[in-house]
Design a protein. Structure first.
Length: 75
């Protein structure tokens, strides 16, 4: 868990800058956390296992791309 939090602080400017406008309300902060979560679990390969965590846990068959995310229908 500490590794995840350290990674979040390094990669998400919301946690580095206390005056960032994205962190001024809960819904905006939640959006940035959701993007980080999708990237961390479904898109990016973990550096030790060389697999996307969701693929390693058999949640999905293959990693998704940002293009896949942007083309998803949210309705």
């Amino acid at each position: 868990m500490e590794g995840t939090h350290a990674s979040l602080r390094r990669k998400d400017s919301t946690y580095r800058r206390k005056t960032n406008t994205y962190a001024k309300n809960k819904s905006a902060l939640q959006r940035t956390l959701d993007v980080f979560w999708v990237n961390h679990n479904f898109i990016r390969k973990h550096f030790t296992t060389e697999k996307v965590p969701a693929v390693a846990m058999n949640i999905i068959e293959r990693p998704i791309t940002w293009n896949d995310v942007l083309l998803m229908n949210t309705h």
